[in-house]
Design a protein around this ligand. Structure first.
Ligand SMILES: Cc1cc2nc3c(=O)[nH]c(=O)nc-3n(C[C@H](O)[C@H](O)[C@H](O)COP(=O)(O)O)c2cc1C
Length: 389
């Protein structure tokens, strides 16, 4: 089948950056493509993998022509697709590099033609190349699947440049319910959590409850000791220290970026600001989770404007949303100053007023401390029959 494209009628192509950014919204699993040639093992992390046909069972992979793994596959004519499990981000990172000795610390067995099959994967496809097609910068290998194997487990996911977990709707609902339970029903001291008891109380399958507790461990909300889970206590002072670190990063990012943001970035900043507004009503958090998410997106975007992956990863590594899950509830006071601060920050960015942004970021970082002080003062007053102390 041949089709002629009238290129003159086509709109201008997106830039490489724009294309990659938009393409990154297509969530995928992560694989390691492996092959074996002349006594050497080769492997590359890859997400461009697709089922092709089921008669005969075939799939395709796309690898950059510069990939040493791709060049080895051209010669070996065989490869394996190793589908990574959700705890395998370090393996993905290892195979996303060009460093030598990628297989040195990775356990594997050998499959057809000596091709490495990485251990701990949830699926393996052993393939023989049928056809190789060049598409732009990449080679597309269309291949016959000669052997498959799988083990239970969840896949590693990749979305917009980050690794994560894939979550089915029932898993997400269970996680939501268990998180609410942990955050809301349990005090700050270490309390053993009984997965079966929680499952019964929330009418969720025990397996899903257990999975949710594992996910909450990753969020820093619970701690796992052997088979038991405990609530992870987070003292206020620790939270405040995290806010101090957050402030330091934001000040650095703002100092570099205020006055040099383009109109698209400013529009996105305003959009993210607007998105934070709907989660508070009458100075209370009507949807604490929604607020935490929207607020994190706003602040992460500010830091991201500096264009440093390391800075952004360090910022994300503070895991502020997880900490906030422990400290922000429906009853937590949502002072209108939070919104005022956000507005002032955006205004500062729009007008290039770096002083305003830095000053407001400082005040903004102190809000949780002020709110805590007000809350404990209110508790004191209530204890003393409302008398001012
Ligand atoms: C999540 C993820 C997915 C990737 N997907 C692909 C892909 O589909 N095709 C590709 O050519 N490179 C992909 N890469 C990049 C390669 O893994 C990377 O270029 C690697 O260094 C190639 O190694 P090699 O030259 O030793 O084969 C991906 C990287 C990551 C982190």
């Amino acid at each position: 089948m041949t089709e002629t494209l009238i290129t003159a009628d086509l709109p201008e192509s997106p830039s490489k950056g724009e294309f990659r950014d938009v393409m990154g919204r297509f969530a995928s699993g992560v694989t390691v493509i492996t092959t074996h040639l002349d006594g050497e093992d080769y492997g590359a992390a890859a997400s461009a993998v697709s089922s092709l046909s089921d008669e005969p069972p075939s799939l395709l992979i796309c690898l950059n022509v510069t990939s040493t793994t791709a060049q080895a596959i051209v010669k070996s004519g065989t490869f394996a697709v190793n589908v990574l499990a959700e705890d395998s981000a370090p393996i993905a990172q290892r195979f996303a590099s060009k460093a030598p000795g990628k297989f040195e610390t990775v356990a594997f067995e050998r499959g057809h033609a000596g091709v490495p099959l990485v251990s701990g994967c949830i699926a393996h496809f052993e393939c023989v190349v049928d056809e190789t097609v060049r598409g732009g910068t990449h080679l597309v290998f269309l291949a016959r699947v000669v052997r498959v194997s799988s083990t239970p487990g969840s896949p590693l996911a990749y979305f917009r440049g980050s690794f994560g977990r894939m979550e089915t709707a029932p898993d997400a609902a269970a996680l939501h319910a268990v998180r609410d339970f942990v955050v809301g029903a349990v005090s700050d001291v270490s309390v053993p959590l009984d997965a079966e008891g929680i499952a019964a109380a929330l009418e969720i399958e025990v397996g899903r409850t257990y999975q949710a507790l594992v996910a909450l461990t990753a969020e820093g909300l619970v701690r796992r000791t052997g088979a038991t889970f405990e609530v992870e206590p987070v003292p206020d002072q620790v939270i405040f220290d995290y806010y101090a670190a957050k402030l330091a990063i934001e000040i650095g990012a703002a100092a570099q970026t205020v006055g040099s943001t383009d109109t698209e970035q400013l529009a996105e900043l305003r959009r993210l600001l607007d998105a934070t507004l709907e989660f508070t009503v009458d100075e209370e958090f009507s949807d604490p989770e929604g607020w935490i998410r929207a607020n994190a997106a706003f602040h992460e975007y500010l830091v991201g404007l500096a264009g440093s992956v390391i800075l952004t990863e360090t910022y994300k590594g503070l895991r502020l949303p997880a900490l906030e899950q422990r400290s922000i509830r429906h009853s937590t006071r949502a002072t209108h100053l939070l919104h005022d601060d956000h507005r002032a920050i955006v205004k500062g960015y729009e007008t290039g007023d770096v002083e305003l942004v830095l000053r407001t970021l400082g005040a903004h970082a102190r809000r949780p401390q002020e709110t805590r002080a007000e809350e404990s003062q209110a508790r004191e007053s209530a204890l003393h029959g409302g008398a001012a102390v």
